[in-house]
Structure formats: structure tokens, C-alpha cells
Design a protein around this ligand. Structure first.
Ligand SMILES: Nc1ncnc2c1ncn2[C@@H]1O[C@H](COP(=O)(O)OP(=O)(O)OP(=O)(O)O)[C@@H](O)[C@H]1O
Ligand SMILES: [Mg+2]
Length: 484
């Protein structure tokens, strides 16, 4: 690791009243090429902090003249650019959560594992480097090109500000928000703006893994652990090593797996299926869900201890209908991505979009525009090219509403064969029995039903068959209320 390349010798402040632990920490840090100051009490630590700048503060929780938590709070308000990590007593995982919530960068638990300590220190120093670079070139930070997330609405600005704060810490984050609101994108952005950006970002859809394979998928397995285990294999934790592991749709985790994950996250160690040894893993956990986890806990579907562990910091993504200002910018970006060109939209079309509810949020906007591009004449999107489904906000005028149709009748229509279903075919239909949105919806419903039937309700295979992502399929199944 080239952690001391940029600044000659980063300085670290160690605050601990146990002399032998302090010594051990000092020696370890000095061997890493760092300068170390050490303090036995909060008072001494404060005096050091007032005189020198530190690349990291490492503090014990229980000190003779107060709690390490006080220092966490002080450093976070008075020395904002200095990361502070805490040393927690064995078995006091709750303390670590409290410290992370208060803004601690990370924690190590006693007895201090030196390899874990070194990783923590490196990570803190790298975060400093990233920050320094960003300060040196602020225009780089401000440029939207470096950010995946588009939108200048108040809501998005807050999301971005929170993301840049979160990028500086190791604390677990839970991202909440409706389907298609950008949870995965936000998780990626936290990862790429953090010191972990050079390491893998792995997103796992917890609802898509068969329960029997879960442990092996997450933790890996040893050769011969079960039939078919021909070789040793790493799991998601090892694959994300040094980086970020996103537990997407975390509410879908079965209870037994929740126990195992909690343990892995708490101990930062995992054991491969079929192995007797544990290995240390260094991953940052970001989870996401469109469900209300607190309710899942109340209903006994989600373990409270895991909830508590993952829910250190919540990042909420506002639904698109609450940030209408973003629609135009999002649309032009999406259209540019789709066509490589600037595509015009008529004012009526823009009005129609702004008046729409977007139950499927940005993903739905993408889908609507993808279709619109296919239907649009002379490179300009008109209201008629927009297929907006059912719902609309009350009081708005500009939205086109699909005609009410008797859906039961539509269902009886001859079905478009799977391999011929294309926009062209739809236009070729002799007469349209209902509005275009309803017709399209029925074709979609039918295709999905067929795919599910052919794959015996295996959603992963069905998605493959349909050429869509698992999430898209799940989203469509929910939206079209398809019974499997
Ligand atoms: N602010 C944004 N700027 C640009 N693109 C966005 C934004 N938010 C979402 N998107 C795009 O919308 C689509 C859906 O986003 P994403 O997959 O992150 O949503 P999600 O909340 O994880 O959805 P789901 O709950 O269905 O998994 C993606 O293609 C993403 O790139
Ligand atoms: Mg997602």
C-alpha cells in the first residue's frame, strides 16, 4: 500500500489509558511508517488536538475522565476533516453502532487484531488522500460528470450531500426508497466516492438466491462441501474484499441466513461452507430495500439485531413525483444515452411527464422514453409517443389517460407469439380493441406469464428468457399483479 506517498508522515493520535495496549498500538503504527502521539485521557487528547492536525484519531471508549464518544462528537464538530475510529470492548457491539451513528469512521474491537487495525488505518489515510484530491480540484467534485446521480432538486441535493458524508465512513448504510428510485445507483456512488473505489462493488439481490445456496453464495465453499462443489470457491464477501457489498432487497433474506449474516458483519469473519477455519473479511455493507424494515421487524420477518446493525445510517431516496424539477434533466440524459443525440420533446410531452405520478420512478421514466424514442417521428417526442399508465395526479390537465377498457375481454384476444412480439407486430394488429397502454400491458402480461410457465416460475430463468433483468421482471410482476 502506498499510503504515505503523498504526505511525508501522517500523524495519528492514540487515546487509551491501558499502557500496554497503547504501546502495542504505537509500535504497530510506527512500523507502518506513521508518526504517533498518545494520550491517556480525554484532557490530554484535547490538548494535542488543539495543537496539531491528525490524519486519524483512534480512541478507546472508556477513559478515566469520560467516554470516547465525547471525543467522537468533538472531533466531528471541531476537526471535521479528521476521521476518528473507536476501540470497543469485547462483546459490546452496541457501542460500535452508537459510535458509528455519532460519526465515527470505523471501529476495532478488543482484543485488537493487528491486521484489522492496519486495514482501518490504511483506509482512513486513503480517505484523506481522496478528500485532499477533491479539495485540490473542487471543480472535479462539482462536475455532474463525476456523479451518476442526476437532479438539482432539493431532494437530490440532499441525497448527494449525504452520499459524500457517507463516503468518508465505514458505517453500514441502509438505502430506502420506492422501486426504481435509484437505490443501487446511490450505493454505487457511495462506493465510488469512498476510499474503497479501487476495490470491487458487489450488489447481491437477496431475493434472487435460492435459500439452500445462500450460505455458499455469501461465504464461499470448500471443495467437496456438497455434491457439485468441485473446487474451492469464494463467496460474495471474499469477492467484495476491500470494497463494498450491497445487500439489495435485504428484507427478502430468510431468517436463518439473517443470523449468519449478522455474525459475519459483526465479527468481520466468515467461514466457507465445509471449512473449519474462519477468514477475516473487510467489506463495507450497504443494504437496500423498498420495504419498511421496521414493520418487517414487528411482523417477525426480520431480526431486530440485524436491523439495528444495518440501520446505522439511513439514506432515503425521494420518489420522482416529489422532485418534478428533475424530470427534464433526467429525460434529456436518458434520451442522450438511448440515442446518442439530443432529442427534442414537445412542451406538451414535457407537461405530460411532469404531471405523471411515476409509480416506478426513474426506471419507469427510462422505460417510457425508450418506447417513445421508438415511436417518435422526426426526432421529436410528442405526447402521443408517451405511454403513461393509468394513474395520474388529481387536478392535472395535461396528462393523457388511457381509455377505460374491459380488461377481461382484452385477455381473450389472440396472443402475440413470444418470438414475434415487437412494436411492428402491435401496429400490424387488425384493429385495436383498447388503448395502446392497455394493449401493451396485456402483451407484457402474457409474455411474462408464458415465461413463468415455461420455467416453472423460476424468475431468474424467466427473466433471461424475456431478456430483461431479474429486477425488471419482479417489478413488472408486481405492477401487473401477475399471479405465479
Ligand atoms: N438520480 C438519477 N440519475 C440518473 N439515473 C437514475 C437516477 N436514479 C435512478 N436512475 C436510473 O434509474 C434506474 C433504476 O435505478 P436503480 O436500479 O438504482 O433503482 P432501485 O431503487 O435500486 O430500484 P429497485 O427497487 O427496483 O431495485 C437505473 O437505470 C438508474 O440508472
Ligand atoms: Mg435495486
Amino acid at each position: 500500500m502506498s499510503m504515505n506517498e503523498a504526505s511525508a508522515c501522517p500523524r495519528i493520535l492514540v487515546v487509551d489509558d491501558e499502557a500496554h495496549l497503547r504501546e502495542l498500538l504505537e509500535i504497530t503504527l510506527i512500523k507502518m511508517g506513521l508518526d504517533v502521539d498518545s494520550a491517556e485521557t480525554l484532557t490530554i487528547a484535547r490538548s494535542y488536538l488543539s495543537k496539531r492536525a491528525y490524519a486519524l484519531v483512534l480512541t478507546d471508549m472508556r477513559l478515566p475522565d469520560g467516554s470516547g464518544m465525547e471525543l467522537v462528537q468533538e472531533v466531528n464538530t471541531l476537526y471535521k476533516s479528521t476521521p476518528i475510529a473507536v476501540i470497543t470492548a469485547f462483546g459490546s457491539a452496541d457501542n460500535a453502532v452508537v459510535a458509528l451513528k455519532a460519526g465515527a469512521f470505523d471501529y476495532v474491537s478488543k482484543p485488537v487484531a493487528l491486521d484489522q487495525l492496519r486495514k482501518l488505518v490504511r483506509s482512513a489515510l486513503q480517505t484523506n488522500e481522496v478528500q485532499k484530491e477533491q479539495q485540490a480540484a473542487p471543480e472535479k467534485l462539482a462536475a455532474p460528470a463525476s456523479s451518476f446521480m442526476i437532479g438539482q432538486s432539493q431532494g437530490m441535493q440532499e441525497v448527494r450531500a449525504q452520499i459524500s458524508r457517507l463516503a468518508r465512513s465505514m458505517a453500514p448504510v441502509i438505502i430506502t426508497g420506492e422501486s426504481g428510485s435509484g437505490k443501487e445507483l446511490a450505493a454505487r456512488e457511495i462506493h465510488t466516492s469512498s476510499a474503497r473505489s479501487g476495490k470491487p462493488f458487489i450488489a447481491v439481490n437477496c431475493g434472487a438466491i435460492p435459500e439452500t445456496l445462500m450460505e455458499a453464495e455469501f461465504f464461499g465453499y470448500r471443495k467437496g462441501a456438497f455434491t457439485g462443489a468441485a473446487d474451492d470457491r469464494d463467496g460474495f464477501f471474499q469477492a467484495a474484499s476491500g470494497g463494498t457489498l450491497m445487500l439489495d432487497e435485504v428484507a427478502d433474506l430468510p431468517l436463518p441466513m439473517q443470523v449468519k449474516l449478522l455474525r459475519a458483519i459483526q465479527e468481520r469473519r466468515v467461514r466457507k461452507v465445509g471449512s473449519t477455519v474462519e477468514e477475516a473479511v473487510d467489506v463495507r455493507i450497504i443494504s437496500a430495500t423498498h420495504q419498511n424494515l421496521a414493520i418487517c421487524v414487528e411482523e417477525g420477518r426480520f431480526r431486530q439485531d440485524l436491523y439495528y446493525r444495518l440501520n446505522v445510517i439511513e439514506l432515503h431516496l425521494p420518489p420522482l413525483r416529489e422532485r418534478l424539477e428533475d424530470i427534464v434533466e433526467l429525460s434529456s440524459n436518458i434520451l442522450k444515452k438511448l440515442t446518442g443525440n439530443d432529442v427534442n420533446m414537445s412542451e406538451e410531452a414535457i407537461d405530460a411527464l411532469i404531471s405523471y405520478d411515476f409509480p416506478g420512478n426513474v426506471r419507469e421514466l427510462e422505460n417510457i422514453l425508450e418506447r417513445a424514442v421508438a415511436f417518435a417521428n422526426d426526432g421529436c417526442i410528442e405526447v402521443a409517443d408517451l405511454v403513461l399508465r393509468g394513474a395520474r395526479k388529481s387536478g392535472d390537465q395535461a396528462v393523457m389517460l388511457p381509455a377505460q377498457v374491459d380488461v377481461s375481454q382484452v385477455e381473450e384476444r389472440p396472443q402475440v407469439p413470444a418470438d414475434h412480439a415487437s412494436a411492428v407486430n402491435l401496429f400490424a394488429a387488425p384493429s385495436l380493441p383498447c388503448s395502446l397502454p392497455d394493449y401493451l400491458e396485456n402483451v407484457e402480461r402474457e409474455m411474462i406469464r408464458r415465461a413463468l410457465y415455461q420455467t416453472r416460475n423460476n424468475r431468474t430463468q424467466a427473466a433471461e428468457l424475456l431478456g430483461v433483468s431479474f429486477r425488471q421482471l419482479r417489478y413488472q410482476i408486481q405492477k401487473l399483479k401477475i399471479q405465479e
